[in-house]
Design a protein around this ligand. Structure first.
Ligand code: MN
Length: 287
C-alpha cells in the first residue's frame, strides 16, 4: 500500500509553530501517512521541533517548492542561477532537518507564467545546477523530484517526456519524476501513457482535480490514473493536493492562481480525499 499524503495547505496557509503543530495533528487524526510542506515562503517554525512532532505522530514528511524570478536556476543570469541553487540547497537542509527524504516540485525554475520559451543556456544552467544539488541532496539522504507542471506555471517541463529528458541530462540516481493529475489533465494525451512512460522512475504523485477542489467533483478519470499506477507497481507516496481561497499562503496561492473558494472546511475535504484515494488504490489492481 502506498503512503497516502496531504498537502499542508489544506490545513493552514503558514508554517508558524502553532500552525505546523495543527497541520501535523490534523494529518495524523484524519488517518494520513504523510504530510507535505510547501517551502515556498520558507519554513517559519523550528524544523527540529517539527521533526519531533512528526516522528511522535508516526508520520512521514515531504517538502515541495518552486523557485522565484530572483532565484531561478533556469535563468541566463549567473547571479540569479546561483541564488536559485542556494534556495534549493537550503530547502534540502530544511527537508533533512524535518526528517524528510523527499524534496520535490518545480526545483528547475521560477513558478508562474513565463513570458518566453526556455533558452538553451537556461536549460544548461538547470542541468548544471541540479547536478550539483543532487550531490548535496545525496549526502543529506534526500532525493529530488522534478514535478511536471503545466504551461502556465513553467516553461521547463510540461510533459512526462520532457521530464525524462531533463532527468537523463542531470544523470543522478536520486533525481526522480513527479506526476500530478491536475497538470497532466492540461498537458498530456491521457492519464495512463505518461505513467507507463515514466515507469520505475516515478517517485512521487500528486492527486488533484482539474479545478483543484473536491476529488470527484471534476472530470479527471482517476480510475485510469490509479490503474496505470498499479500497472507499473508504483509503491511510492500519493499525496492529495487541493487549494481554495479559504486557506491562503500569500506567494504560493498567487503563483498557482488560487482565486476561487472551492471549499471552506479543510477537515471535511481531507477526510473525503483519503477515503476516495484508498478506494482507488484498493480497486485499481482488480479492474
Ligand atoms: Mn502538484
Amino acid at each position: 500500500m502506498n503512503d497516502l499524503g496531504i498537502h499542508a495547505l489544506v490545513w493552514a496557509g503558514d508554517t508558524s509553530q502553532p500552525s505546523v503543530e495543527r497541520i501535523i495533528q490534523s494529518t495524523k487524526a484524519t488517518g494520513y501517512d504523510l504530510v507535505e510542506f510547501s517551502l515556498h515562503d520558507g519554513f517559519q517554525a523550528d524544523p527540529l521541533a517539527a521533526a519531533t512532532s512528526i516522528s511522535a505522530a508516526g508520520l512521514k514528511v515531504a517538502c515541495s517548492r518552486g523557485l522565484s524570478p530572483h532565484a531561478d536556476v533556469s535563468s541566463e543570469d549567473s547571479k540569479v542561477v546561483q541564488k536559485g541553487l542556494d534556495l534549493i540547497v537550503s530547502s534540502i537542509d530544511t527537508t533533512a532537518a524535518l526528517g524528510g527524504q523527499t524534496l520535490t516540485g518545480a526545483l528547475y525554475g521560477a513558478f508562474g507564467k513565463a513570458s518566453s520559451s526556455l533558452t538553451t543556456k537556461g536549460r544548461a544552467n538547470i542541468v548544471a545546477s541540479l547536478k550539483e544539488a543532487a550531490q548535496v541532496a545525496e549526502s543529506a539522504g534526500v532525493r529530488l523530484g522534478l514535478e511536471v507542471c503545466n504551461r502556465y506555471e513553467t516553461n521547463v517541463i510540461n510533459t512526462a517526456a520532457d521530464a525524462l529528458l531533463l532527468a537523463d541530462d542531470i544523470g543522478a540516481d536520486n533525481v526522480f519524476i513527479h506526476l500530478d493529475a491536475y497538470h497532466m489533465n492540461i498537458e498530456e494525451t491521457d492519464l495512463s501513457r505518461p505513467v507507463h512512460l515514466v515507469g520505475d522512475r516515478l517517485g512521487y504523485v500528486h492527486i488533484g482535480e482539474n479545478h483543484r477542489g473536491y476529488l470527484g467533483s471534476g472530470h479527471i478519470d482517476f480510475a485510469s490514473f490509479f490503474r496505470a499506477l498499479a500497472d507499473i507497481n508504483y509503491t511510492g507516496p500519493i499525496t492529495f493536493e487541493s487549494f481554495s481561497s479559504a486557506v491562503v499562503m500569500r506567494s504560493l496561492s498567487n503563483d498557482l492562481a488560487i482565486w476561487r473558494n472551492l471549499w471552506e472546511d479543510g477537515q471535511a475535504l481531507a477526510s473525503h480525499a483519503l477515503s476516495t484515494m484508498r478506494n482507488f488504490v484498493e480497486a485499481a489492481p482488480a479492474t
